[in-house]
Design a protein around this ligand. Structure first.
Ligand SMILES: Cc1ncc(COP(=O)(O)O)c(C=O)c1O
Length: 446
C-alpha cells in the first residue's frame, strides 16, 4: 500500500480505485484528474482550467463551489452531523420536503428521500407496487419502461431501463417488465430544436402492451420526459400527454424520472411543468443539491401517499428507506441550492438562454461527421460518425482530446456528445464552449 503524496491533489497510485462507467486501463495510462472547481470551471493539479460542459454529470446546475451552498454544508456539519430518519426527524428535512412539494406541479405533495437517482428509481417502483396492493389491486405487478431509457443501475432501474450494455451481463433482471419503443428516428427528426413533430403516435404502443398483458397486471410506466443518458432525446410533441391519457384510461401510474430534467435543466422546475403533463410521481436527484452532497428522492402524489396512511398508527406504513434518507448535510445543501436557484433566477435564465444555446449548437451542423444535433433547454446532443467497427471510440477520443488539448470536460455516450453546462453559463462562455466542441469534433474526424 502506498502512502498518499504530500500533495493530496496528485495521487501516486491509481490502481485501487475501480472507477465507475470508466475505461479504467486507458484512464490509468493517461489520467484526467481535476482537483478544484469554481463556477464554470474545473482545475487540474497543474492549474489548467477546464470548462465544464457537463455540469459534472448533469448535476452542478448552480455551478461549482458556490459560497452559499458551501457555507450551508459547513454550518450543518458543525450543528447536526447525522440524525436517523427512521422514527426520528430533524427540522430541515421537513422544510426541504415542503419546499420541493411546493415547487412540484399539481398534487405531488409528499417526498420520500434517497441518496441517488438509482435509489430513488427503485423507491418509486416499490411505491408503485405497494400502492396497488394497498388499493386491493395486488395483481398489478408489471412495470413498463422504454427502450433507450436510463434509470440508474439498481436492479429495478436496469430492468425498466433500455440500454443494452447496462443490462446484458446482469442476469434475468426483474420479471414482468416490458418496454415501450424509443422515440427517436433520425430520418424523421434530424436537427430538431425542442420537441420533434414526429413520434407522438409511439405512445400508442402502450395500448398494445396493455392489451397483451391486460391492464389488471400493469402497475406503472416509467419514462424520462427527455431521455438524457442515451444521448438527449426530447419527447415528440404530444407524446407525454398521450402516455398520460392511456395510463389514466387503465389505472396505471405514470412516473417521470426527472433525475436530469429537474431543477432548471429545461428552463422550468421540472420537465412535467415545461411539457404541461402531470405524472403520479417524479424521481429527482443530482441538481437538488447542485451535486454537492448525494441526494435523491421521489415526489409522490397525495392520493398515493394517502393510500398508505391506514391501519394501526404505531405501524410503519412503508417498509422502505435508507440510513441516509434526508441526511442533514444533503438537506442543508438542498435548501441552500433551492435558495440560490430562486435568488439568481437560474431556471428562467436557462429558458432565456435556450435560443442562443440552440443556435450555437446548430452552428456545428456542417462539420464533417456530424449526423444529428438535438437541443432543448440547456442541453444539446450531437451524434458523431463513429469508427465503423469500433463504436464508442470516437466518443472516447473526444473526451481525451477535450480534456488534454481543448480544456473542456465533455460528457459522451457512445459516439454522442451531451452538452449540458451549469445554468450560470454566460453567452460568451456558450460561444467558447461550442468553439471548443467544434475543435474536438474536427480533431477526432475520420
Ligand atoms: C434519468 C436518470 N435516472 C437515474 C439516474 C441514476 O442516478 P444515480 O447515478 O445518482 O444513481 C440517472 C443518472 O444519470 C439518470 O440520468
Amino acid at each position: 500500500m502506498l502512502a498518499a503524496d504530500a500533495d493530496q491533489s496528485r495521487p501516486n497510485d491509481l490502481d485501487a480505485f475501480w472507477m465507475p462507467f470508466t475505461a479504467n486501463r486507458a484512464f490509468r495510462k493517461r489520467p484526467r484528474i481535476v482537483s478544484r472547481a469554481k463556477d464554470m470551471h474545473y482545475e487540474t493539479p497543474d492549474g489548467q482550467k477546464i470548462l465544464d460542459s457537463a455540469s459534472g454529470l448533469w448535476c452542478c446546475n448552480a455551478g461549482h463551489a458556490r459560497r452559499p451552498i458551501v457555507e450551508a454544508i459547513q454550518a450543518q456539519a458543525a450543528e447536526l452531523d447525522y440524525a436517523p430518519s427512521f422514527q426520528y426527524g430533524h427540522p430541515k428535512a421537513f422544510t426541504l420536503a415542503a419546499r420541493l412539494a411546493a415547487m412540484a406541479p399539481g398534487d405531488l405533495d409528499h417526498v420520500f428521500f434517497a441518496n441517488s437517482g438509482s435509489e430513488a428509481v427503485d423507491t418509486a417502483l416499490k411505491i408503485a407496487l405497494a400502492y396497488h396492493v394497498a388499493k386491493g389491486e395486488g395483481t398489478r405487478t408489471r412495470l413498463i419502461g422504454r427502450e433507450r431509457g436510463y434509470h440508474g443501475v439498481g436492479f429495478g432501474g436496469i430492468s425498466v431501463g433500455g440500454i443494452v450494455t447496462n443490462r446484458k451481463r446482469f442476469g434475468t433482471l426483474l420479471s414482468g417488465v416490458d418496454h415501450l419503443p424509443a422515440t427517436y428516428n433520425r430520418d424523421e427528426q434530424a436537427f430538431t430544436r425542442g420537441e420533434p413533430e414526429w413520434g407522438a403516435h409511439l405512445a400508442g404502443e402502450l395500448e398494445r402492451i396493455v392489451a397483451l398483458h391486460d391492464a389488471s397486471t400493469v402497475a406503472a410506466v416509467i419514462v424520462e420526459p427527455m431521455a438524457g443518458s442515451t444521448g438527449v432525446l426530447p419527447p415528440p410533441k404530444g407524446y407525454l400527454r398521450a402516455l398520460r391519457s392511456i395510463c389514466d384510461k387503465y389505472g396505471i401510474l405514470l412516473i417521470f424520472d426527472e433525475v436530469i430534467t429537474g431543477f432548471g435543466r429545461l428552463g422550468a422546475s421540472f420537465a412535467a411543468e415545461r411539457f404541461g403533463v402531470q405524472p403520479d410521481m417524479i424521481v429527482f436527484a443530482k441538481a437538488v443539491t447542485s451535486g454537492t452532497v448525494p441526494m435523491g428522492g421521489v415526489l409522490v402524489s397525495k392520493p398515493i401517499h394517502d393510500a398508505f396512511m391506514t391501519g394501526p398508527e404505531h405501524m410503519v406504513e412503508l417498509f422502505h428507506g435508507y440510513t441516509y434518507s434526508a441526511h442533514p448535510l444533503a438537506v442543508a445543501a438542498g435548501l441552500a441550492t433551492l435558495d440560490l436557484y430562486r435568488d439568481e433566477g437560474l431556471f428562467e435564465r436557462a429558458r432565456e438562454l435556450e435560443p442562443a444555446f440552440a443556435d450555437a449548437a446548430m452552428a456545428l451542423k456542417n462539420l464533417s461527421g456530424v449526423l444529428d444535433i438535438r437541443t432543448i433547454g440547456l442541453v444539446a446532443g450531437i451524434d458523431l460518425q463513429g469508427h465503423a467497427d469500433q463504436p464508442g471510440k470516437r466518443g472516447f477520443e473526444a473526451i481525451e482530446r477535450g480534456f488534454h488539448n481543448e480544456g473542456i470536460m465533455m460528457r459522451v455516450t457512445g459516439d454522442t456528445l451531451a452538452i449540458t453546462p451549469p445554468l450560470i453559463i454566460s453567452e460568451a462562455q456558450i460561444a467558447e464552449l461550442f468553439e471548443k466542441t467544434a475543435a474536438v469534433i474536427k480533431a477526432t474526424a475520420q
